[in-house]
Design a protein around this ligand. Structure first.
Ligand SMILES: Nc1nc2c(ncn2[C@@H]2O[C@H](COP(=O)(O)OP(=O)(O)OP(=O)(O)O)[C@@H](O)[C@H]2O)c(=O)[nH]1
Length: 308
């Protein structure tokens, strides 16, 4: 029985992990394996994904649309050898991935026979200005999509949501567009009802030249951070960041992790689990346009969060 693949794409911080988590939390007993790719050295997403009944495989330190494309195919082959086999595979791309390149790789005849690509879902942040869709990468992500999930509709007014829906339709008229409040996308749009159904191969566009537009800088520490200082540090770094996320322990709340997210200029903190042995207590990933931020600047600003 072929194992359908769902490919989840979307720009940095759009809400991909939130959609994947919602899907896994409502899997209704289906065996779903998740493959997640953060292009930085630390794969925070894998930790933020809960409830994958068939496990989470994390691919980090590269992008599965380019440097890690061989790793993706090998990972899929390994998943397909599992006994019992997963019933579905969800692949969450990094926010800088061009899904067209991944689609081309997934059409590898061996993988396609066993695990055909069923749906490409693109998550789009409803709070960003319509002009964000002029970006070549976002347009490429949209052009590959069968379904577009509009995230963060709770944070945007109706007129802004309508404008962004129109802009999405202009780029990708064939896609089904749905609102995805806190990641809620109907599973019926993503997975086939008939498991014998084999999707048709897709048209693939030629590979675009790779451009190193973003870089990730990680910062880890064995020591807990002081929360007010961390908030100040994030305030200093935020104007230069395209995205940041991570987990940390605070001096104020020892033994508990806090999840930090900075996406679309909004910073949030949420309760995480407990620190795992052998893993640094503070792990933060900063993503910025190339050259916008230096290692020395991060080290200097972040060190102040744990000192004295
Ligand atoms: N208010 C609100 N916040 C949301 C919604 N969807 C996602 N978020 C928040 O947006 C932030 C980024 O969401 P993620 O799901 O981590 O985004 P992502 O696309 O996986 O991010 P990267 O993998 O780093 O590119 C998190 O703080 C989420 O809680 C939503 O519908 N409403």
């Amino acid at each position: 029985m072929p194992v359908p693949i769902l490919l989840v794409a979307g720009f940095l911080g759009a809400g991909k992990t939130t959609v994947v988590n919602h899907l896994l939390a409502h899997a209704q007993g289906k065996r779903i394996a998740a493959v997640v790719n953060d292009f930085g050295a630390i794969n925070i997403d894998a930790e933020l994904i809960a409830g994958a009944s068939d496990g989470v495989v994390s691919l980090s330190n590269g992008c599965i649309c380019c440097t890690l494309e061989g790793d993706l195919l090998r990972t899929l082959a390994t998943l397909l050898r599992r006994d019992p086999r997963p019933e579905f595979i969800v692949i969450e791309t990094s926010g800088i991935a061009d899904p067209a390149d991944i689609v081309r790789n997934l059409m590898d005849p061996v993988i396609w026979k066993e695990a055909p690509l069923e749906t490409v879902l693109c998550v789009v942040d409803a709070t960003q200005p319509v002009t964000a869709l002029d970006d070549a990468l976002l347009r490429s992500q949209l052009r590959a999509a069968d379904v577009v999930a509009l995230s963060k509709v709770d944070l945007a007014d109706a007129a802004a949501c309508a404008a962004i829906r129109d802009a999405i339709r202009a780029v990708r008229p064939a896609a089904v567009i749905v609102d995805a409040l806190h990641g809620e996308v109907p599973a019926s749009l993503l997975f086939p009802a008939d498991l014998d159904h084999v999707p048709a191969p897709r048209e693939t566009a030629p590979r675009r030249p790779a451009t190193d537009r973003f870089e990730t800088l990680s910062w880890t520490s064995e020591r807990p951070v002081r929360l007010p200082r961390l908030q100040q540090a994030i305030g200093r770094l935020a104007p230069k960041l395209a995205r940041a996320k991570g987990l940390f322990e605070t001096v104020e709340q020892p033994g508990r992790l806090t999840v930090f997210q900075l996406a679309g200029g909004r910073a949030t903190l949420a309760a995480g689990g407990v620190p795992a042995p052998g893993v640094p207590r503070t792990r933060l990933v900063f993503i910025a346009e190339m050259g916008a931020l230096s290692r020395a600047e991060i080290d200097e600003i972040m060190q102040g969060c744990v000192d004295g």
